[in-house]
Design a binder for this molecule. Structure first.
Ligand code: ARG
Length: 258
């Protein structure tokens, strides 16, 4: 919990510092309001947070965004892209907001402005061998993670790991474990739980959490008007029971930060 507070404090300070220098390419809240629709980018390969059901983009984050944006009096134009393209495109003004389970980090907060978090979670170790549960069990092992994620960053800090293998999507990292090309996979704890529940025969063993993080949407660096409107609407859906209903639908529990 202390870590959550520290991260939140850093994010707040960063957001305040950047408010003064709104990026030239980003649309302001007024411009978005005139248009009536906000352009939101996500990945769509990270169930149950953002994924495709056939050709329909769906997931917890899509539902939360729909609730929030409705409160803002806008509609959403969705875009789905590779995880790596999301924050870059935001900086180029190609969309107004990104929601793709990004953990708030000091490094990312240099490039974008984070909104208030929409859930709290962390990176979990998953293996097929029940003996691989904790960080120390990763010594001498090959670990799969999605490129560009906080999992990569945190796994790299674990001492004595043999190799960290990067994959373009989290699904690819999971497949690598499934086919025993790696010894372990590190992903979000709720992603891990969902995968284990859906594939009871696959032998996925949920291990320890490696680290915890606050997950938030991001807007262009310094786009304070948009972040403030999003935060206000998010607080409203968190207060009126609609966030809780969506969270229970996907996770059977309320996953907001406490
Ligand atoms: N929470 C992790 C991070 O901050 C992973 C996010 C992965 N998101 C996705 N849509 N694949 O990097």
């Amino acid at each position: 919990m202390k870590l959550f507070k520290a991260v939140a404090a850093i994010a707040t300070v960063t957001a305040l510092t950047l408010c003064a220098t709104s990026a030239a390419l980003a649309r302001t809240l007024d411009e978005i309001r005139q248009d009536g629709k906000i352009v939101i980018a996500t990945e769509g390969q990270f169930a149950p947070f953002n994924f495709f059901n056939g050709s329909t983009l769906t997931g917890f984050e899509m539902d939360v965004a729909e609730l929030v944006v409705k409160k803002m009096g806008l509609t959403i134009e969705w875009k789905a892209l590779g995880f790596d393209a999301l924050l870059t495109g935001l900086r180029q003004g190609r969309w107004d907001l990104v929601i793709a389970s990004h953990g708030i980090s000091e490094e990312r907060a240099k490039a974008v402005t984070f909104t208030a978090p929409h859930y709290c979670s962390g990176g979990m170790i998953i293996a097929l061998d029940p003996a691989i549960k904790s960080a120390k069990d990763l010594a001498g092992k090959v670990v799969a993670v999605q490129t560009g994620t906080s999992y990569l960053e945190n796994v790299q800090k674990v001492a004595a790991i043999k190799e960290v293998k990067n994959f373009p999507t989290d699904n690819d990292a999971r497949s690598a474990l499934n086919s025993r090309r790696v010894d372990a996979w590190v992903t979000d704890r709720f992603v891990a739980k969902a995968v284990a529940e859906k594939n009871p025969g696959a032998g996925f063993q949920l291990g320890d959490m490696l680290f915890i993080e606050q997950i938030a949407a991001a807007v262009s660096k310094g786009n304070g008007s948009l972040a403030a409107a999003w935060n206000k609407a998010l607080a409203e859906v968190m207060a009126d029971g609609s966030y809780a209903a969506v969270s229970k639908k996907y996770f059977h529990e309320d996953i907001r930060c406490h």
